[in-house]
Structures are given as structure tokens and as C-alpha cells.
Design a protein around this ligand. Structure first.
Ligand SMILES: Cc1cc2nc3c(=O)[nH]c(=O)nc-3n(C[C@H](O)[C@H](O)[C@H](O)COP(=O)(O)O)c2cc1C
Length: 178
């Protein structure tokens, strides 16, 4: 397995080291090159750096459990899916799938840059839709943090335990239909 897949992790202890605009652009470039149904690229990303009004605006939409650790991360974002195709206005059933493809590209690229991305479903899509003034064509898919690894002891005890726990996965046999 390539090391970028092996080393990718959803860490919660982020260092306060800043991420540059060039680094963010490199991550977005990786997202841009993901495969998508009809090459529609139905993804958009709202990304904000800590200290900005938009970071605070996005932060407000997070579930309380996520706020506890996200507060140290230098970058916070949300992925959006366009629910209809540009080419015929029909529903795009694979829009969320394709946003996941783009996020996976971004996460793998991040790992190659010693950065970590942690995606989250624990947020209010309604709050994000209101904050971003989204029309009904767009769904908020997942929020995410980006940053360098910090120290585990900066986390509350329960999260520190999770951070150092063994990672578990289904076996190949379990995921194999055939
Ligand atoms: C779509 C999605 C939603 C997730 N939601 C949350 C979340 O709300 N809070 C959280 O702490 N982790 C969340 N995670 C992280 C997962 O718990 C994590 O990916 C999983 O435990 C596997 O760990 P790993 O990514 O380090 O391999 C989410 C991951 C994904 C892909």
C-alpha cells in the first residue's frame, strides 16, 4: 500500500502551525482532479483560516462534541455537493459520491505534505446552508479540519485515549461480496 494511504489519519490534536494559501491551493488542486460522473465535478469547498470571521461562522455549525477539539485546528472547511447535473438539470445521484472522491484526493495529497484532514458529519447542515446562503441545488456534505499534528496531551482525556487507540478495520473477507 502507498504510504499516503497508510499514514492518513483523522487526528484531533492539531498544532497551531499555520497553513499557507499555497498549501490550501495544492489541496484544492488534488480535489479538482478527482473522477466524477459525467465529469461534472459537483463539488465546492468553503475553507477558512483560524482568526477569520468565516472560521467562526463555520465553527458555529459544529456539533458540541466536535467543537471541543476542532478549536485548535488552523483551518476549517465544508464540502458542498451540487445535486443536479449542469448538462441537463436532472438529479445527480452520484454527487455525494463524487464529493467523497474529491475529499479522498485531498486527504491523500494532505498526507503527502505532512498535513492531516479530519472530516465530520457532526454539524448542522441547516446552519451551514443559512451561513453560506446556499440555494436548494447545494447540499452541505461534510465539514473538515486541516492542519499539522499537535500533542495528544492537549486533548481532553477521552479524546486523547481515542487518538492513541489501535485503528480497526473490517477484514478483506468481510468487505468482499465475491
Ligand atoms: C463523512 C465522515 C464523517 C465523520 N464525522 C466525524 C465527526 O463528526 N466527528 C469525528 O470526530 N470524526 C468524524 N469522522 C472521522 C471518523 O470517525 C474516522 O474517519 C474513522 O474513525 C476512521 O479513522 P481514520 O480516519 O483515522 O482512519 C468522520 C469521517 C467521515 C469520512
Amino acid at each position: 500500500m502507498i504510504k499516503e494511504i497508510k499514514n492518513r489519519r483523522s487526528i484531533r490534536a492539531f498544532s497551531d502551525k499555520n497553513i499557507t494559501d499555497d498549501q490550501l491551493n495544492e489541496l484544492l488542486d488534488a480535489a479538482r482532479w478527482a473522477a466524477s460522473c459525467f465529469n461534472e465535478q459537483p463539488w465546492k469547498f468553503a475553507i477558512a483560516s483560524k482568526g477569520s470571521d468565516h472560521y467562526d461562522g463555520l465553527f458555529e455549525a459544529l456539533a458540541e462534541g466536535n467543537k471541543k477539539w476542532v478549536k485548535t485546528s488552523p483551518v476549517l472547511g465544508v464540502s458542498l455537493a451540487k445535486k443536479t447535473f449542469d448538462h441537463n438539470d436532472k438529479p445527480n445521484k452520484h454527487a455525494w459520491h463524487d464529493v467523497g472522491m474529491a475529499m479522498a484526493n485531498m486527504a491523500i495529497q494532505a498526507t503527502s505534505m505532512d498535513l492531516y484532514i479530519h472530516q465530520m458529519a457532526g454539524f448542522s447542515p441547516e446552519k451551514i446552508a443559512a451561513y453560506l446562503n446556499l440555494d436548494e441545488n447545494y447540499d452541505p456534505v461534510a465539514m473538515f479540519t486541516i492542519g499539522y499534528k499537535g500533542e495528544v496531551d492537549q486533548l481532553p482525556d477521552d479524546l486523547a485515549k481515542q487518538e492513541t487507540a489501535d485503528r480497526k478495520r473490517k477484514t478483506i473477507d468481510e468487505i468482499k461480496f465475491w
